[in-house]
Design a protein around this ligand. Structure first.
Ligand code: ADP
Length: 809
């Protein structure tokens, strides 16, 4: 039940109050709106009181008074609920829309003021005072105000596109300034109270000023909102425009094969990285030139990729970044001790080395070279040194490097060219002063593709390596801050010029006891950690550990030992992961279940159970090993067959052995014609491994005599030594490794050339204590010591066994 309150632009208003307007008017309360003289207002009427009023008014053809309610929600406003100034109106149209529902249109005539209410039911009636509109007259101020009002109205109308343009014409056509003010204020959205204030302004000038003020405010609001609007729109269209243009640009560039936006951004980023890399001036020049060139190359071309990869390398390499050295020797000692058991001599040498570096205050100087069989801790020593001095650690393997380009890189003109391993490692390190481990420097090869050792010399030469030239980089790179450490299994194959630059530190391998200690203190705790278990889950008994060392591994280092311990840890970890909580104690007897059958038990005794087999000692890059030599005979014509990948020197030494046995056959009780009716075959097991060298001579002779004289070789004895045709025993190399290998394999007696006696001092104390040494200068002594019984026929050999050169060290 509410009155429709939309004002429509009114036709030119009536000519002021009329004489016939009665003094008592029925009062129609108006919600939500203020009705002005000259206006036309459609109303929907639903209130009973209002319906009664309208019916009477229409019947009596009376005018009515329209007054705005103070509060719109007031359902039945009395005298207090209504403003006191309203508009006399004529009903111009009445339509019945339904039961108790009327629609009417009223036209405003003039203002009036309520003096008093004279009736309240069925509808309000009041005695009123009519307020005639002033005649404007010739007032300049009024005229000026009117002109301003019209101008402002036009402006506002223009700013409000929802108002029809005809409204401007309407405003122009109104001549009475009071009507103009009323019309304007009726049609702008100011508050009800303000509209009522305008209605109550009887004085023309005041009314116009008030309307001007309201209109002005409206204009400002409109201006601001349109500004906001246009700003928002402006921003939108600017970014949209840019986006559109960029897309077009991209398409054009793609078409031309030039840099797109993304690429350009990429290049900017690359330029930024190059700036941050701290390139030396001459390198920066090269980089800038290349960068500028890059901008002109089509991205799809391979040249682009080449140039770009090159710049990436320059940006990624460390040029300035360095770690600070910690030259605190006490700290270094602690780190070395924490990581490594024993090897005191080695640690001492390393500490001395660091001390000299500290005193000289530079890291240049001879390069450390750690020499020893695999698994003795060369790599981990390198890592410890890096940790001790607080440097990064990188490792690069030189094993099998034959091509100089692998060290120095390929020139960029090659497709897919890359820097050499040195520069690659520098990138990996990320600092200019890492500890760089050059692994297996003894395995460096050389062939027609150039000599990698020569390149390496340059790397290691402190006079040259501050401007190392890599073919790919093509700019000098400073390696002088790098601390190089080399490793090798053997010393001999290292090219002499390289060897000269290095300070050699030897790590010969470990004895059984040392291995026990290393395992207990380092390897087991380390492997427990790596498998996520603790000593709460696993205990390895000493007996089990000993069995792993003796029965499952045979090596100078501890690499396989560590692997077997890892196997055990893994097996336990699986149990823990699946819910086992109680501790597992692994004893000797449990090993087979986890590691499979033992690999090395009783081998010597077993092998020598037949005649013709003797145990030799060989030096190998992995630290020395025992080696069986098997001789067999078969009917034939006296040919000698040798198998087991032998080198020439070894073959010759087998020939010499056979010749010696033939020449001595009579005194050895062997039928001298044995070679006329039989073939002899000597086999060196582990046939896949190449063997060479003269040091198996004494063993071959022993195997042959054992075979032909049918006497067992002793199961507890191993031997090494070169022979001459006359039966002299000559010294050989690798005594320390060979003796340790014998010790590891459970050998009790070792026969060595007399002239190697001096080398025994190098053998670790423990092995020396536990082994019996026989030093021989002639084969007779060897054979006597190596065979179960003396092979010499009584005529030559006295009853008492010879004790000639037997000795205990
Ligand atoms: P290499 O480089 O000589 O072949 P590694 O440095 O790889 O040998 O050593 C193999 C494993 O043996 C490493 O886990 C290392 O920590 C351990 N190891 C070697 N020697 C010792 C030692 N004296 N004390 C403690 N752990 C050692």
């Amino acid at each position: 039940m509410s009155e429709e309150t939309k004002n429509v632009p009114a036709p030119p208003g009536p000519q002021g109050p009329t004489a016939e307007s009665p003094q008592v008017l029925p009062i129609l309360p108006l919600r939500n709106s203020v009705f002005f003289p000259g206006g036309v207002l459609p109303l929907a009427v639903g209130r009973q009181k209002t319906i009664a009023l309208i019916k009477d008014a229409v019947r009596d053809e009376k005018v009515i008074g329209v007054v705005t309610q103070v509060r719109a929600e007031d359902e039945d406003p009395g005298a207090d609920g209504l403003y006191t100034v309203g508009t006399v109106a004529r009903i111009v149209k009445l339509l019945k829309m339904g039961e108790d529902n009327y629609s009417l249109v009223v036209q405003g005539i003039s203002r009036f003021r309520v003096l008093e209410f004279v009736q309240f039911t069925p509808y309000l009636e009041a005695r009123v005072e009519l307020i005639p509109e002033e005649k404007p007259g010739d007032d300049v101020e009024l005229e000026a105000l009117a002109i301003n009002l019209k101008k402002l109205a036009r402006e506002v109308i223009e700013m409000m596109p929802e108002i029809p343009a005809a409204a401007t014409e309407l405003v122009e056509s109104i001549s009475h300034p009071g009507h103009l003010a009323d019309l304007i204020v009726a049609n702008i959205d100011v508050s009800l109270e303000e509209k009522q204030r305008v209605l109550e302004k009887i004085d023309l000038k005041e009314r116009m000023k008030l309307v001007l003020e309201l209109l002005n405010r409206k204009r400002e609001i409109l201006k601001i909102s349109s500004k906001i609007d246009s700003q928002v729109k402006g921003e939108m269209s600017k970014t949209q425009r840019e986006y559109y243009l960029r897309q077009q640009l991209k398409a054009i560039k793609e078409e031309l094969g030039e840099l797109g936006d993304d690429e350009e951004e990429d290049l900017e980023e690359l330029a930024e990285r190059l700036k941050k890399a701290g390139l030396p001036p001459e390198v920066e020049k090269v980089a800038n030139k290349e960068l500028n060139r890059l901008k002109t190359i089509p991205t799809a071309s391979s040249e682009y990729t080449v140039a770009r990869t090159y710049l990436e390398w320059l940006a990624d390499l460390p040029w300035q970044t360095a770690t600070e050295d910690n030259l605190d020797l006490e700290n270094a000692r602690q780190v070395l001790d924490a990581d490594h058991y024993d090897i005191e001599k080695v640690k001492k040498r390393i500490l001395e080395y660091l001390a000299v570096r500290k005193l000289k205050n530079d890291m240049r100087g001879p390069i450390l070279c750690l020499v020893g069989p695999p698994g003795v801790g060369k790599t981990s020593l390198g890592q410890s040194i890096a940790r001790a001095v607080g440097r990064k650690f990188v490792r690069l393997s030189l094993g099998g490097v034959r091509d100089e380009a692998e060290i120095r890189g390929h020139r960029r003109t090659y497709v897919g060219a890359l820097p050499g391993r040195i520069i690659q490692s520098m990138k990996k390190a990320g600092t200019i002063n890492p500890v760089m481990m050059l692994d297996e420097i003894d395995k460096l090869g050389s062939d027609f593709r150039g000599d990698p050792a020569a390149a390496l010399l340059e790397v290691l030469d402190p006079e040259q390596n501050n401007s190392f030239s890599d073919h790919y980089l093509d700019v000098p790179y400073d390696l002088s801050k790098v601390m190089f450490i080399a490793t090798a299994n053997q010393l001999e194959p290292i090219p002499a010029p390289l060897r000269d630059r290095m300070e050699i530190i030897e790590l010969p391998g470990y004895t059984f006891d040392e291995k026990m200690h290393i395992a207990k203190r380092h390897l087991i705790p380390k492997q427990l950690r790596e498998h996520g278990i603790t000593d709460e889950h696993l205990e390895l008994t000493d007996a089990a550990l000993a069995k792993i060392i003796v029965g499952y591994t045979r090596e100078a280092g501890v690499r396989n030992l560590e692997r077997r311990i890892a196997d055990v840890c893994r097996a336990i970890a699986v149990g823990v992961a699946s819910g086992r909580t109680e501790k597992r104690v692994i004893d000797e007897g449990d090993l087979a279940e986890i590691l499979g059958p033992e690999k090395f038990y009783n081998e010597v005794a077993e092998r020598t159970e037949i005649t013709g087999v003797a145990t030799g000692l060989a030096w190998t890059p992995t630290g020395g090993d025992i080696l069986f030599i098997e001789a067999t005979k078969m009917p034939g014509k006296g040919t000698l067959t040798l198998t087991g990948q032998l080198g020439d020197v070894m073959k010759e030494s087998a020939q010499a052995a056979l010749s010696y046995v033939r020449s001595k056959s009579r005194s050895l009780g062997i039928d001298p014609s044995f070679l006329e009716k039989q073939d002899v075959h000597i086999h060196f097991p582990a046939g896949a491994i190449p063997k060479d060298g003269p040091s198996a001579g004494v063993t071959i002779v022993t195997a042959l005599v054992s075979l032909l004289a049918d006497i067992h070789a002793r199961g507890d004895t191993a031997m090494t030594g070169e022979i001459t045709l006359r039966g002299q025993v000559l010294p050989v190399g690798g005594i320390k490794e060979k003796v340790l290998a014998a010790h590891r394999a459970g050998i009790k007696r070792v026969i060595l050339p007399e002239r190697n006696r001096k080398d025994i001092v190098d053998v670790p104390e423990q092995a020396r204590q536990e082994l019996e040494f026989v030093f021989a200068s002639h084969l007779d002594e060897v054979l006597t010591a190596a065979l179960d019984r003396s092979p010499f026929v009584p005529a030559q050999a006295p009853e008492v066994p010879p004790t000639a050169a037997e000795a205990r060290a």
